[in-house]
Write a protein that binds this ligand. Structure first.
Ligand SMILES: [Zn+2]
Length: 392
């Protein structure tokens, strides 16, 4: 869809700016006018992680005048495989500050504004109102719906991207001209159904493929060049090496941008998306143990069947010595339940306690009423009991 430029041009470019941006200036469709619009643009990047890394670096290099960064996390070693805005010496630092330093190194003319807070219903409207365009680099459904609804309510365009293993998607949502995220995905997936990158993994370079689409679209919307992805969903498959786009229509019944919206203000997004299902929440009540309790049970020689419900690749990285691997899927298919011993207490665990909670609900429903799960999963176990082992 061809759209008018989002941002008015700045008054002019300095000699330094002309030199720096000369390869843009000699593209007829960008030229002085487009570069002056980029200079005047205020773009907010939600997250300085996998997608935020390439997005911020290229937005900075392109000469976007003001770049906001919303990020509350710190740099972890496991981020460096894909979050290339951070380096080895940044491990342990604030991601926002680390990202700001990289942006300054790429382009000192960019005004970087840090928002070191968790984006939520209480701050999103005030934050977004200060920017022309939002780049969504978040990795969880609650924040995606929050970003979408805030953008619809403020009538702001945003560039969305998502990545998982070898697959990526991207689009531009702008309810004034086309569909929003809810038109495409009216309901979040059931809790536990769609694994995050932390659970399922992601090919690091996929961030560059999708992040670069996001920046391309951001530049097009800001300057008004080309046909934007508004009304289209880009689907990238790295294994096939294919990009295809599908049309996405505005849903007249959409809860937030439709004719009779039911969402007219921000809602409780954590509750809307749910971290775990109601069955799992019920199952873990009085059936969650700590790593110290499990360690004590093992040391006392209790008859336990410790079952690791993660995937084989995760088990290979780190495991609890006494645990047997039975991936969650085998419980969903039903075959795992017949393998469970009747005469031992069943202790389930996964990486962080979400998948094991879902499995606990199934196991209890199958009659193993004294089964328990390890709260916080193997991450807590390693932190508290075996700190020399790796976590991922
Ligand atoms: Zn909508």
């Amino acid at each position: 869809m061809k759209l008018p430029p989002l941002v008015e041009p700045a008054d002019g470019l300095s000699v330094e700016e002309v030199r720096r941006y000369s390869r843009h200036l000699i593209i007829p469709d960008v030229a002085m006018d487009g570069q002056k619009r980029l200079k005047n643009a205020k773009v907010l990047c939600v997250g300085a992680g996998g997608l935020g890394s390439p997005a911020l670096m290229y937005l900075a290099a392109a000469g976007v005048g003001t770049l906001g960064i919303v990020e509350f996390d710190t740099v972890d070693e496991s981020n460096l495989q894909r979050q290339i805005i951070h380096g080895q010496s940044d491990v342990g630092r604030s991601k926002a500050e680390s990202a700001r330093d990289s942006v300054r190194e790429i382009n000192p003319l960019v005004n970087v504004v840090l928002h070191e807070e968790r984006l939520d219903s209480s701050n999103v409207m005030e934050l977004f109102a200060q920017y022309d365009l939002i780049v969504d680099g978040t990795d969880n459904f609650a924040t995606r719906y929050l970003v979408n609804d805030a953008c619809v309510l403020l009538n702001k365009p945003y560039v969305w991207g998502s990545i998982y293993r070898f697959d990526g998607q991207a689009s531009v949502f702008w309810s004034e001209y086309g569909p929003c995220y809810r038109c495409l995905y009216p309901e979040p997936p059931p809790p536990g159904m769609v694994p995050s990158c932390a659970e399922g993994g992601v090919l690091g370079v996929l961030c560059a493929s999708i992040g670069s689409i996001q920046v391309t679209e951001a530049i097009k919307v800001l300057t008004g060049v080309g046909e934007s992805l508004v009304g289209r969903l880009m689907i990238y498959d790295a294994l096939e090496m294919s990009y295809r786009t599908v049309k996405v229509r505005k849903d007249p019944e959409c809860a937030v941008c439709g004719k009779n919206p039911t969402v007219t203000e921000l809602i409780d997004y954590e509750a809307f998306c749910g971290a775990v299902s109601e069955e799992a929440q019920e199952a873990v009540k009085d059936s969650t143990i700590t790593p110290r309790t499990l360690k004590a049970w093992i040391d006392e020689g209790q008859t336990l069947e410790i079952i690791d419900v993660r995937e084989p690749a995760e088990y290979e990285i780190v495991n609890i010595e006494q645990a047997t691997l039975i991936p969650k899927n085998e419980f969903l298919m039903g075959d795992a339940l017949t393998k469970l011993p009747q005469d031992k207490k069943i202790v389930l665990h996964c990486k962080s306690g979400v998948r094991s909670a879902e499995v606990l609900a199934l196991v209890k429903a199958a009659g193993f009423t004294d089964a328990v799960h390890l709260g916080g999963g193997i991450v807590s176990w390693v932190n508290q009991i075996e700190p020399s082992k790796p976590i991922y």
